[in-house]
Design a protein around this ligand. Structure first.
Ligand SMILES: Cc1cc2nc3c(=O)[nH]c(=O)nc-3n(C[C@H](O)[C@H](O)[C@H](O)COP(=O)(O)OP(=O)(O)OC[C@H]3O[C@@H](n4cnc5c(N)ncnc54)[C@H](O)[C@@H]3O)c2cc1C
Length: 562
């Protein structure tokens, strides 16, 4: 087996691995980025999606708040189209012990944060009367006594990660998704000199060699180094969110669970996100499940301040596992959100560095710090440019004139023009406004390999219908003229439908569950029939034996329930 040679191998294409791969590639180094699923399969696309300015550090570590705000400002500069301003209200209610005093305290605290807001293009806080709070958000409990505003940024965390990986790729990195680490390669001194990986799609094993390997596999990190017999500790924390497919509130709300834990209720792009829990997690990292109890806990917190929440139908849930730094004897919320690097030279495995902890919001600075270490070891003197070089599609974004342009530009930025081949490109997903063209563009240009990969890239199936109206038409658009086997297409369709169903399952009861099950069966069977007909006709062309007339994919769009 011929091993491919690199300067650095990065394991895990979450935000940290993708950010590191980008930084190193921009410094001119030869990089391989290895991910066992799709990009951002782990915590990096299953988080609250906020680029916080580090307000929680203000009480004890002002320097970190400043650093977080500076870096949030950089992210805003390099990916403006992925960011949405989220104005928050911190409401205080009449049953809050010492409510008035709390209001004063909150204002003083947010006032201190105002000094850092300009660093990330944020606005100063405002103190609001009861009437002003209710005017802004009529859905709140009416015994609110006042509130304070806070300005933060929401981000499309999946696409932020993806754009880092794409930029790395466009600067020469070899990005291999659906490739899993099998083992490390070591020399006679025990030094890690590369990895052996298994391509889960092509079913082949290959070897990659490099003087430095970075373990950026997040919560899975200790499992990866266990292959070398090197244990290290993290406090893996499970976090659950509930998503509504539309905006339920006008502003973001800082809410509390029954146990006092702080959560968010926020408009995020055109959805509403509520969460998150944070519980020590000891179960299977590959299959975290959203529990009915967790859903009830989150909804209870939302209902406590926003009683009308029950008038809305939640669409789906998601779950992620944080790679939080280890600390003993502390509540999950009190654990540090800082990052740290572990040089395994001290464990007899020189050449391997593990990344621990971190936040979405601090990924860029983490990547810069670790890339500085790697570059120094390799004798590379190039400087980091990730704070000033726009991510793909982030430069020269023109004004948005129409609503469909908004959906496209929010996803692809200035590359939206490439994703619009025809002005008449038909819509595949009505809920999230996804066109045939954007599916094809993303398929060909965004490191995607499966139909399932389209969901987070384009919004496909992420809206109210959960894919029940569009996945089948999308599978035809995704595979286009390719002559993939019928079996493969159906497996892809089923995987994608199953994945969306899994995200909705905990929210479905009784008749709703039955309807959804029937819908799934119908959709899958009609998808199968359509693919069979298309396949039979392609076969007819090849063999001259009569096939059957395929229904156009769009026909399922115009009559989705028939
Ligand atoms: C519920 C929740 C809410 C959060 N909210 C926020 C927030 O609002 N703002 C914020 O700044 N931060 C937030 N965070 C934290 C942030 O999301 C994480 O710190 C960050 O995403 C971690 O990124 P990572 O790249 O280290 O790990 P991950 O994103 O988990 O990436 C690790 C990758 O490694 C891959 N992998 C694992 N094993 C292997 C292997 N053997 N071979 C190859 N690849 C492998 C995985 O498939 C995965 O894609 C939140 C986290 C959670 C869970």
């Amino acid at each position: 087996m011929q091993a491919a040679e690199f300067d650095a191998i990065v394991l895990g294409a979450g935000i940290n691995g993708s950010g590191i791969a980008r930084d190193l590639a921009l410094r001119g180094l030869r990089v391989a980025l290895i991910e066992r699923h799709d990009i951002a399969h782990g915590a990096s696309s299953n988080n609250t999606g906020m680029i916080h300015g580090g307000i929680r550090y203000l009480r004890y570590d002002v320097a970190t708040t400043k650093e977080s705000c500076v870096d949030a400002g950089y992210i805003e500069r390099i990916a403006p189209h992925l960011l949405t301003r989220i104005p928050f209200v911190f409401p205080i209610f009449s049953d809050e012990p010492m409510g008035r005093l709390l209001l004063e305290g909150a204002e003083t605290f947010f006032e201190a944060y105002d000094h850092f807001q300009p660093l990330k293009g944020g606005k100063k806080h405002c103190r609001l009367t009861k009437e002003e709070v209710l005017h802004l958000e009529p859905g709140l409990r009416h015994d609110v006594i006042g509130g304070v505003t806070l300005d933060e940024w929401g981000v499309d965390a999946f696409r932020l990660t993806l754009l880092n990986a794409i930029d790395a790729h466009e600067h020469g990195a070899d990005v291999r998704t659906y490739n899993e680490l099998v083992d490390f390669l070591r020399d006679a001194d025990g030094r890690v000199v590369g990895v052996k990986v298994f391509d889960r799609q092509q079913k082949v094993v290959s070897e990659l060699r490099a003087p430095v390997t970075i373990n950026a596999t997040g919560a899975w990190g200790p499992r990866v180094t266990a292959k070398l017999g090197i244990p290290y500790r993290l406090r893996q924390g499970k976090g659950v969110h509930i998503v509504y497919s539309h905006r339920v509130s006008n502003v973001g709300l800082i809410i509390k669970g029954v146990d006092g834990r702080q959560m968010f209720f926020l408009p995020h792009q055109n959805h509403t996100v509520v969460g998150t829990t944070d519980d020590d997690y000891y179960s299977d990292l590959d299959a975290p499940v959203v529990l009915e109890d967790e859903v009830k806990y989150i909804l209870q917190a939302a209902r406590h301040v926003f009683p009308s929440i029950d008038k809305h139908r939640p669409s789906y849930t998601y779950v992620g596992v944080r790679p939080t730094l280890f600390g003993w004897g502390k509540n999950e919320d009190a654990l540090s959100r800082e990052h740290a690097f572990l040089d395994h030279e001290n464990d007899g495995a020189a050449g391997l560095i593990s990344i621990m902890g971190g936040k979405l919001a601090s990924y860029r600075i983490l990547a810069e710090e670790v890339s500085d270490i790697v570059a120094k070891r390799l004798g590379n003197t190039a400087k980091c440019v990730t704070h000033e070089q726009p991510l793909p599609g982030a430069a020269n974004i023109d004004g948005i004139k129409t609503l469909s342009e908004l959906a496209l530009k929010r996803r692809f930025g200035s590359r939206a023009d490439h994703a619009t081949v025809s002005s008449k490109s038909s819509t595949v997903c009505i809920c999230e406004d996804v066109s045939h063209d954007s599916i094809r563009y993303s398929r060909d240009n965004e490191l995607s390999k499966r139909l399932l990969d389209m969901c987070k890239r384009t919004g496909l199936g992420m809206g109210a219908c959960g894919g029940m109206h569009c996945l089948h038409a999308a599978s035809a658009a995704f595979r286009g003229g390719e002559t993939h086997s019928l079996k493969r297409r159906l497996v892809e369709l089923k995987d994608t439908m199953d994945s969306r169903f899994k995200a909705r399952r905990t929210l479905l009861f009784g008749a709703n569950l039955q309807t959804e099950e029937l819908s799934r069966a119908k959709h899958f069977l009609s998808g199968g029939l359509h693919h069979f007909m298309a396949w039979a006709n392609a076969d007819e062309k090849a063999t001259g034996v009569a096939g059957v007339s395929p229904a156009p994919a769009e026909s399922f769009l115009t009559r989705p329930n028939e």
